[in-house]
Ligand binder design. Structure first.
Ligand code: FES
Length: 109
């Protein structure tokens, strides 16, 4: 379906995150270093909501087991851990973002 409007740039502060929905998919939208990025809100490990995690210096931490992802690219940076056991780290999915007429658009196709 191509790019769809999900927010307006006036609604964003630096280092802010928002949970938006596009075609029933939950997307984590962030503003990092003046640019906007979109990755899947669903943690690749066990589906935790990344929106509920901390965003610091462009890195989002899953609140469930501590996996870390690059909010710009979705790249996995730190393995999830339960007690002493570390689990496989997978990258999160990222989506193209563009700005048009002060609106933020995402393409999830
Ligand atoms: S569900 Fe995200 S680290 Fe386990």
């Amino acid at each position: 379906m191509g790019f769809q409007k999900v927010a307006e740039i006036k609604d964003f502060e630096e280092n802010e995150k928002k949970l938006v929905e596009v075609d029933d998919k939950a997307i984590l939208l962030t503003k990092v270093a003046g640019a906007y990025y979109a990755i899947s809100n669903k943690c690749p490990h066990m589906g935790g909501s990344l929106f509920k995690g901390d965003l610091q210096d462009g890195v989002i931490t899953c609140p469930r087991h501590g996996a870390k992802y690059d909010a710009k690219t979705g790249k996995g940076l730190k393995k999830p851990k339960i007690l002493f056991f570390e689990f496989k780290l997978e990258d999160d999915r990222s989506y193209p973002v563009k700005i048009e007429d002060r609106n933020i658009l995402i393409d999830i196709t």
